[in-house]
Design a protein around this ligand. Structure first.
Ligand code: ADP
Length: 476
């Protein structure tokens, strides 16, 4: 079985969020089962070609669009045929993947539309026709549309929705500019309130749709979480599957993590306290007897960052330390920058910093995730792998991976409604748990033994691939 995995970001080459982690670790886990997977992504300016040994091949792809022809040069890793990078200077030689903090690049439809064509032209040019094309999020959502409607290839397509809020919605002129054909501009295909919706196209045309947790699969079929696509999803729910993401246990491992102060595992978990002590020292916080709460993530409404913003005064007056790392929407960046050195018990860094994030996972007592919605969430799994307990809103993948301590076999703290009151109450429950040292130590050791690896999820994807290719009985 041959699979082409196409994504707009793949760790470690380019990453803005969890999509990149999944696009690295899922193909890796699948290929360990003997399936040949090649991964494809655009070659952005920010990708460090030298560091990763990315080399030009002699493959050149032409994408003929009505207004212009775009040429993509194909790159690959030295001595490795698992990754292919698509380079077009005009479209991808820019400072950001999707646009600066002020907003998306206006020609993103063209950038990712042309890339989508280039992927299919790559199959034609090289003769590498996969059995399955696995696409991800709106950036690659036109690929199943083109495969089925334009190229009419005998390739099965599976599309994963990592976050339904981002749909790739553009004015109707893109039908002409991308030569999609006006027959697709109708309610049963790409049309969405007078505009063109890339993600809707993937939902309609893919052979299977997956999303990244069972709870989120149910949630996106409701008006509250569907961002306008719930009706389309309900109409296509016979091919919708919720498969939980995993994390890569080689990458996220406190025993080998080169960035943390002291390596540890569940049998040497007391070294976590050394990490905490050194972290507090390095980042200007004091008193290791206080619990340390961390937040790591995109500064976006989705992540409940408003709730943290509204709670900041209460947090500042608590007998606890907080460390906040993230970046995103300008209003939040500005707010957190403006209070950066204001409160002695709150460390803030606005930016993207993986080494720091690793130190935080290793040093913290609790991770805060007050998400409004959370398709799967990786942070909570990473945190637990590092022996950090999770305080989260009960939604999406958080509801699937965390059990509240008040329930039998519980090991985290969940709250129902995304409000400041419930959030602060949850922090107070965490503080109470922290005071009960015996229980706290037992739980932090326990969460380290939970299995959030890709193993079981990868086999679910493989069954789905087989089902699509061979028509096996259903049952993912
Ligand atoms: P998202 O909705 O952003 O995809 P996920 O929980 O699925 O959220 O994945 C987030 C990933 O990005 C995790 O690996 C997390 O550690 C990382 N991350 C998010 N923000 C930052 C940041 N500012 N610095 C370092 N890593 C970050």
């Amino acid at each position: 079985m041959k699979v082409a995995f196409v994504s707009s970001e793949i760790y470690p080459f380019a990453k803005t969020g969890g999509l990149a982690d999944v696009s690295y670790s899922l193909p890796k886990a699948i290929s360990q089962h003997g399936i040949k997977v090649i991964s494809m992504m655009p070659l952005y300016k920010t990708v460090d070609r030298e560091k990763f040994g990315i080399q030009e091949t002699d493959i050149e792809i032409e994408v003929n669009l009505p207004k212009k022809t775009y040429t993509f040069k194909i790159y690959k890793l030295k001595n490795n045929v698992k990754y292919y990078f698509f380079y077009n200077k005009e479209l991808f030689d820019r400072d950001y993947l999707y646009g600066p903090p002020e907003g998306d690049y206006p020609d993103n439809y063209l950038r990712f539309g042309a890339f989508s064509y280039a992927v299919i032209e790559f199959f034609k040019k090289t003769g590498f026709y996969p059995d399955i094309v696995h696409t991800n999020d709106w950036q690659t959502a036109l690929i199943p549309v083109l495969i089925k409607d334009k190229y009419k290839l005998d390739i099965k397509t599976i599309h994963t929705i990592h976050n339904i809020a981002y749909q790739g919605v553009f004015e109707s002129f893109v039908i002409d500019e991308l030569d999609l054909g006006w027959h697709l501009f109708n309610m049963d295909a790409l049309e969405f309130y007078g505009k063109v919706n890339f993600l809707k196209g993937a939902i309609v045309f893919s052979d299977a749709i997956t999303t990244v947790s069972p709870t989120y699969a149910r949630e996106i079929c409701t008006p509250e979480y569907g961002f306008g696509l719930d009706g389309v999803l309900r109409a296509h729910c016979h091919k919708l599957y919720g498969i939980l993401n995993g994390i890569d246990y080689d990458i996220w491992n406190p025993e080998t993590d080169p960035y943390i102060y002291e390596n540890y595992n569940e049998t040497t978990i007391e070294k976590k306290d050394i990490n905490k002590k050194k972290f507090l020292e390095e980042y200007g916080l004091s008193d290791e007897t206080k619990p340390l709460f961390i937040f790591i993530g995109r500064f976006a409404k989705q992540k409940g960052i408003d709730i943290i913003q509204q709670s900041i005064l209460e947090m500042a007056s608590m007998n606890a330390n907080f460390a906040i790392l993230g970046s995103g929407d300008k209003v939040y960046n500005d707010f957190f920058n403006s209070i950066r050195n204001k409160y002695p018990n709150i460390f803030i860094k606005v930016g993207y910093d993986e080494p720091l994030s690793r130190k935080m996972y290793a040093s913290a007592d609790f991770l805060l995730m007050p998400s409004i919605y959370e398709p799967c969430g990786l942070n909570q799994m990473i945190a637990m792998r590092y022996g950090t307990l999770v305080v989260a809103r009960k939604t999406g993948g958080l509801a699937d991976t965390v059990i509240d301590i008040d329930l039998p076999a519980g090991y985290g703290i969940l709250f129902e409604n995304p409000t400041k009151t419930e959030f602060l109450r949850a922090i107070n429950r965490a503080k109470e748990l922290y005071r009960d040292k015996k229980r706290f130590y037992r739980l932090r050791e326990f969460v380290m033994t939970l299995d959030f690896s890709w193993e079981s999820s990868a086999s679910k994807y493989i069954r789905l691939y087989e089902e699509l290719k061979f028509g096996f009985p259903k049952g993912v």
